[in-house]
Design a protein around this ligand. Structure first.
Ligand code: NAD
Length: 382
């Protein structure tokens, strides 16, 4: 029998075959192989990620959470921090108590002190370093520029020198904290690691980008492998008191006004602490002989107005908003393209801003509850 193309049933079955093939092509490309990953080299896991890890900035917000996670995963963690007074040393002390509860070894010291770093590495048989210690904060860099040059650049070179001379490169790359702030006023949104970054809005951002350049230079000179992690606005329990989540929650809880820059229209790609910690652990297990940069961000920017609404809901209070224009050092939006971390580290953020802020507020009330009772007005204003 001859096939007649204008025969309606035959046409119908050709259409069906066409759509079935199309369906398979789409699924094959987009789900099975994930088209986004073609441009990245295939993920490589370190056979042996090391046993003893030095975490600098260990009583900082991210450092405390990371140290506890690594310990739970069975690593020996050596926490290192100078417990500086950029913000409440009481809070840092309480974080240190958390580390001690988990039997995490702690060394109080400065990352610029190369001889203490070396003796710590030697006496504890450290084989990997995750470097988080830095002078953080964008606004503070307007008034204290030298803190940034010394802690973030000079001391970063100390870390690289020690890493080099203690021959740690054989165990895996140096992992260190960079920042989303390096994207500055970039117009290419969402921000991707391959974008040019040279439009900084703050000295803090410039020092973080300088770290990436210095790390590349050490790779060129001594083949030091490294992984830079560009964190996007990290928040969660034990968070920093100089950041929006803490400041707004604190002010609203005390019925004090909050200042919303850019009239509340700035957007931030908030990232929950547990997601960040999982990203650091994934990069710690990642193998490279070169230098890599990864964005670790929530991949869902929200307007500050919405962020404040979440806090109002969580506290059951109404914010007294003071709307102001853009401030020096500020950027209108941060938004992470996280394809690279997804493809090469198999990392994806899991906690929504709604859930994350619930957890933060729960911690905030527990942490500060007892201190609010009987506090004087001037204490509350602190
Ligand atoms: N939290 C965020 O949203 C965020 C975003 C982007 C990048 N980062 C980067 O991640 C890292 C950790 O950030 P964090 O939020 O935990 O900050 P943090 O300020 O809570 O922690 C940093 C810790 O480093 C310590 N430190 C600073 N200078 C030191 C020095 N010279 N010697 C020894 N210790 C020193 C401080 O005492 C502090 O405990 C920093 O490098 C920061 O720039 C953080």
């Amino acid at each position: 029998m001859r096939l007649v193309i204008h025969d309606v049933p035959v046409k119908k079955s050709l259409f069906t075959i066409f759509f079935v093939i199309l369906f398979f092509i789409i699924n094959f490309n987009f789900d099975t192989l994930d088209h986004k990953c073609f441009k990245y080299s295939s993920p490589q896991k370190l056979e042996n990620p090391g046993k003893v890890v030095l975490v600098t900035g260990a009583v900082g917000f991210i450092g405390m959470h990371l140290s506890i996670k690594l310990k739970e995963l069975g690593f020996v963690v050596i926490g290192y921090d100078n417990i500086n007074s950029y913000y409440s040393t009481d809070l840092k002390q309480r974080r240190l108590d958390q580390l001690k509860e988990k039997n995490i070894v702690f060394v109080k010291g400065d990352i610029c002190d190369e001889s203490l770093l070396k003796s710590t590495i030697k006496s504890h048989n450290v084989d990997r370093i995750i470097h988080l210690a830095a002078q953080a904060g964008v606004r503070y860099s307007l008034t204290n520029p030298h803190e940034y040059i010394s802690n973030n650049i000079d001391c970063f070179v100390s870390i690289l020198e020690v890493f080099h001379h203690m021959e740690l490169k054989k165990n895996g790359p140096l992992i260190y904290a960079s920042s989303s702030s390096v994207y500055g006023l970039s117009k290419e949104i969402p921000f991707s690691e391959s974008s040019e970054v040279n439009n900084f809005a703050s000295l803090y951002a410039a020092t973080k980008r300088a770290n990436e350049n210095i790390a590349s230079t050490y790779h060129h000179l001594y083949k030091i492998p490294s992984v830079a992690l560009r964190f996007f606005t990290v928040y969660g329990p034990w968070g920093r008191p100089d950041m929006a989540a803490y400041i707004f929650t604190n002010q609203i809880e005390k019925d004090l006004p909050i200042q919303l820059n850019n009239y509340g229209n700035c957007e931030r790609d908030f990232t929950y602490i547990d997601d960040i910690v999982n990203g650091i652990v994934a990069s710690f297990r990642f193998s490279t002989d070169g230098t890599e940069i990864f964005n670790l961000g929530g991949n869902r920017p929200v307007k500050l107005n919405y962020f404040v609404e979440l806090i109002e809901k969580g506290l059951g209070k109404t914010a007294k908003k003071v709307l102001v224009g853009m401030q020096k050092g500020d950027v209108p939006i941060t938004y992470a393209n996280i394809d690279k971390a997804g493809c090469m580290l198999a990392w994806k953020p899991k906690i929504s801003i709604e859930k994350g802020m619930e957890k933060f507020i729960e911690w905030f009330r527990l942490e500060n509850g007892t201190r609010y009772i009987n506090a004087t007005k001037s204490e509350l204003l602190k």
